[in-house]
Write a new protein. Structure first.
Lengths: 428, 428
């Protein structure tokens, strides 16, 4: 089909009329579908049901001599630390296991820096200005944490290799108010980009103006591949930072939320020995210990990383067809129209779509009118403000394949309709 | 036996020689017993083993239409809120369920007030001085939180009716830097005192100089009675505050840590609607939700408060003989000697012992020498400083009854020995 950009006003007007008729038909179906959050489907949850049976009243509930039912063990039971250390690719002594939420660990990390500083530096609450770098598009819940603490957020464009490192290097080395950067380095949220080797090594070799600058490395999708034979590889950042003489510059976060059960997983932080010791000082005030029975449940269910990989393949078998529906529909319906761009991801939970500038909000609203809920336009940017109003995050995991096919028909129709309207106004 | 106070120096010296011989014999036994923390025994944990079986892969894992395995539900599943609301005696809408640790909720509450203030007041981190009142003796982990945030702690003597309310009223109404008071209102840690009706009502009717003053009401032992027919009763504070026109003045905390499994219980906060709304604003930034499967496990195991009460009787059957060993040994060995005071508690987890002034550290050290670990002397006071050096917390729950009998023999011997030494020096 002819590109919308190349159409005459008359052709566009005819196209718009046709699309409006299609839209009216679809709206009459009273659909109600949700593609807003990266929420696993019930099928995916069923994969882990064996976890409900690994512990019973006849189980040995000890790990390394510790009764997992009782108080104690601040940083996680031995076997859970070993499993998560393996998953996050760091030595076991550099890991602390928390509760069910890595987001909560990130919140606590920012909050602790705000109230108590970082390895002896001035607490951020005593500073006039604290800034974070935010690769965009990015994860709305990251940006919400820094916004909650009044931290100024600076947009960093995402390239195909990761954040624009020229910009990151220049800002980090020149502005001591910049205390952190939010990163989803593998199968990034929402674009599915994995940081290139060069990007990771440039991160490890940063020369921050602020001694308390930290990379917030949220490896949320570290083992969340879609394809067995075509996977992205990410250099391990803690080791890279250590080799670059910057061992304390990074906090790594991970969880099993999208491996076992999203509400009942196990989350962890990994960092240098000095950072871990500082975190423990807070943790010993904050709690007597996290849920060790749930840690034990994970250890008994997966055994080791081979077990995790085995279950991740089952997730991939469910997710892969969904991602292919999204990408194939985008390609089939919009491929030649020059009204949108996207990257086909090899893992993670999202497909990121960039519309013509100024169209994202209208597309999301139009989808809503037809019963399809998408993540709010702008959500992938700090303060919910997408300067170009063009990025939309598509989350294919929760709907069934049939629902998703329908939802993507509606989505691409809305993209076409809003784009045609926009271009018509411009040509007028 | 004759009171040590009434003995002559010669009598005391003879007594001391006899005690030293006894101590040498006991020390030779190389004992290794721990009465330091309020940790349930393995017998108590066994009571709840049925909880390991209530959920399996064939269970219905929904509650009120919510799939408890997935993301979502910020404040707790419906049935868990109902159970905990009943336990903490407040309306269900005034409860938020957290993870496994009420200490963590208290930490988060202080931390949020420090970073964001309380219902619009100035964040504590922006103030020159913040103070907390600390009824003493009290709970070391409470004091550790306020110390961690640099909050000045003021000792308030505990009376048999609860904190000295004359002092509380005067300080709270006159000093706007006083932002809170730590309370364990029922079977207090460590004395086992339950606040009288008058005390609770005086709390509810406080007229704080600071609009952001809050009562931190840690009802850790609300259902932890030792006797079925002789239980303390505590007026419900949230309702009392509301009736007094101070609905926002209190945060209540509770958990099932000493009901189900200490490491894997469910914790909650209860407060006024305004406070709950403010807490939710933080919570929605902090997490996507706490572990709903563990909430469901508790709901299915207990059913309702009758179920909780039934299990608490089983705990009491195990704990009661231990508390009686402690109190009987104190009475038998020290009853007439005038070298110590204690209260026989009707619930909770501790017996508080007050030695002659200046003896507590020496007694704890002497016990340690004989292989008995007690909570550090001073731990029941802010900054670990007991001005009289006289309070010792005894935690009878973890040892077996046989171990406890031996430990109390050693303890009372050490009390006598240290007291005799002290009195001899004074008489010299």
């Amino acid at each position: 089909m002819k590109s919308y950009i190349d159409m005459t006003a008359a052709e566009l007007a005819a196209e718009k009329n046709k699309l409006e008729a299609e839209f009216a038909q679809i709206k009459a179906k009273n659909l109600k579908l949700d593609m807003s959050r990266g929420k696993p489907s019930a099928d995916q949850l069923d994969i882990s049901m064996g976890m409900m049976d690994v512990l019973s009243s006849s189980s040995d509930l000890k790990c390394d001599g510790v009764d997992c039912r009782n108080y104690g063990v601040l940083c996680g039971i031995t076997d859970a630390k070993a499993l998560l250390a393996d998953m996050i690719e760091v030595p076991v002594d550099n890991v602390i296991i928390y509760g069910n939420s890595s987001l909560n660990i990130m919140y606590d990390t920012v909050s602790r820096s705000y109230t108590h500083g970082v390895l002896g530096s001035t607490p951020w609450c005593k500073l006039d200005k604290v800034k974070f770098l935010c690769p965009v598009p990015g994860y709305d819940r990251h940006f919400a944490i820094t916004e909650f603490f009044g931290i100024e957020m600076i947009n960093i464009p995402m390239l195909e290799t990761g954040p624009d490192m020229d910009m990151v290097e220049e800002l980090v080395s020149s502005d001591p108010a910049i205390k952190g950067i939010w990163c989803v380095p593998k199968y990034s949220n929402p674009q599915g980009i994995t940081y290139s080797d060069e990007t990771v090594l440039r991160f490890a070799n940063l020369k921050p103006a602020a001694e308390d600058f930290r990379i917030y490395w949220d490896n949320a999708y570290g083992v969340h591949h879609l394809y067995e034979d075509d996977q992205d590889y990410l250099i391990e950042i803690l080791d890279a930072c250590t080799k670059a003489g910057n061992p304390d510059m990074v906090y790594k976060f991970c969880s099993t939320s999208k491996i076992s059960f999203p509400g009942s997983g196990v989350a962890a932080i990994a960092a240098s020995t000095a950072n871990i010791e500082e975190i423990k000082k807070q943790l010993t005030i904050q709690t007597i210990g996290h849920d060790k029975l749930n840690q034990l449940r994970h250890v008994r269910f997966y055994g080791d990383m081979d077990g995790v990989v085995k279950y991740m393949k089952k997730h991939a078998d469910i997710l892969r067809p969904k991602f292919e529906i999204v990408c194939d529909t985008l390609e089939n319906k919009l491929g030649s129209l020059e009204i949108g761009k996207w990257i086909k991801p090899k893992g993670g939970y999202f497909v990121s779509f960039d519309s013509l500038p100024g169209c994202a909000k209208a597309i999301v609203a139009k989808c809503k009118e037809a019963g399809i809920t998408l993540t709010n336009a702008g959500a992938t940017y700090p303060y919910g403000k997408d300067p170009k109003d063009s990025n939309i995050r598509i989350a294919p995991s929760f709907p069934t394949t049939d629902e998703l096919k329908m939802a993507m028909q509606v989505f691409t129709l809305c993209v076409k309709l809003v784009s045609a309207e926009k271009l018509l106004v411009e040509k007028a």
